[in-house]
Design a protein around this ligand. Structure first.
Ligand code: PMV
Length: 310
């Protein structure tokens, strides 16, 4: 019998990078974009099929850095199960390295699927801990915001090392997520911010403090449903991220274009230096005009996401 499991992508609304240093972040699942894993019984050793990467291989010969095999190993060890005769097919709507949580979503889908196929459905807490282990392989020192948002599939106010808190959304709001088409290594960008922090501790700490204050204000503004006040906070967060040197010419150009076309605010989302920009469209705002402006500034793909509905 075939078993399928899935997990959503995520978008960090506020607080990326400073979250690694213990400051809060706000993040939301993107349920319309998902990673899926299907398990079917097979003869012989376990097979892994990564559709998006066009790769088919045996679990037992995968390299130690192979994230799919690492996720499988994690769940088998956790469940104290030997290698099962399963054929796992993994596919994802999420761009790899684009800041939408593709790695965490794939890991969560795979672990959920293997656990279900072996008859051991998992609690979200255990799943979250296992996905976090795989995130370490991808990113080195992840804060845990990606895996937490993807596994809980709820808007999350996240502080590293603390239980996640869902945050209330007073009125749903619309975001455009625009892909720069440029992918950056989260591990490298996070390491560069660490080097900057080590070199200029006071200055960088002040930036983190300011981002932390923006996150707290954004949480309040989202709770009362005040999209008008949210846009300027996104702009402020983007400017602070620029000072951390994690933006790029294309992200800045897309942010300017979106604001000129009527977006209430715009910022990079995720590690930066590429990946995605998020732009806030006000109630009755002109999605098409903002999308056209983003395309004009070089966006390669745009998704519409409504936050806080359902
Ligand atoms: O994986 P990304 O691109 O969504 O970046 C994760 C967010 C960071 O704050 C940059 C890193 C982290 O571990 O929180």
């Amino acid at each position: 019998m075939s078993i399928t499991a899935s997990a959503p992508g995520k978008a960090i609304l506020f607080g990326e990078h400073s979250v690694v240093y213990g400051y809060p972040a706000l993040s939301v699942p993107v349920s319309s974009l998902r990673a899926r894993c299907t398990a079917d019984p097979c003869d012989g050793p376990m097979r892994l099929i990564a559709e998006n990467l066009g790769r088919r291989y045996l679990y037992r010969v995968a390299s130690p850095e192979d994230a799919l095999a690492y996720a499988v190993r994690g769940v088998l060890e956790e469940l104290n199960e030997p290698e099962p005769s399963l054929r796992l097919v993994v596919e994802s709507d999420l761009p790899i390295g684009g800041g939408l949580g593709s790695g965490a979503a794939v890991s969560a889908a795979v672990i959920r699927c293997v656990a279900a196929a072996l008859g051991h459905p998992m609690t979200v807490e255990r799943l979250n801990a296992l996905v976090y282990e795989v995130e370490k392989l991808h990113h080195g020192t992840p804060s845990g915001v990606d895996n937490t948002t993807v596994v809980y599939e709820q808007p999350v106010y996240f502080v590293k090392g603390r239980p996640p808190q869902p945050f209330p959304v007073g009125a749903p709001f619309d975001l455009l997520i625009a892909d720069t088409g440029e992918s950056a290594s989260t591990r490298k960008v996070v390491a560069d911010v660490r080097a900057l922090y080590d070199a200029k501790r006071e200055e960088i700490t002040a930036i983190f403090e300011s981002i932390g204050a923006v996150v707290e204000q954004a949480r309040d503004v989202i709770a009362v449903g005040d999209a008008g006040a949210l846009g300027p906070l996104m702009d402020e967060n983007h400017a602070l991220l620029c000072r951390l040197t994690v933006s790029s010419e294309k992200l800045d150009a897309m942010a300017r274009a979106a604001r000129r076309a009527g977006a209430l605010g715009a910022k990079l989302s995720g590690a930066g230096r590429g990946g995605n920009l998020i732009a806030l469209v006000g109630e009755g705002g002109d999605h098409e005009a903002i999308e056209a402006a983003l395309n004009g500034a070089g966006a390669v793909q745009i998704w519409r996401v409504r936050v806080g509905e359902g």
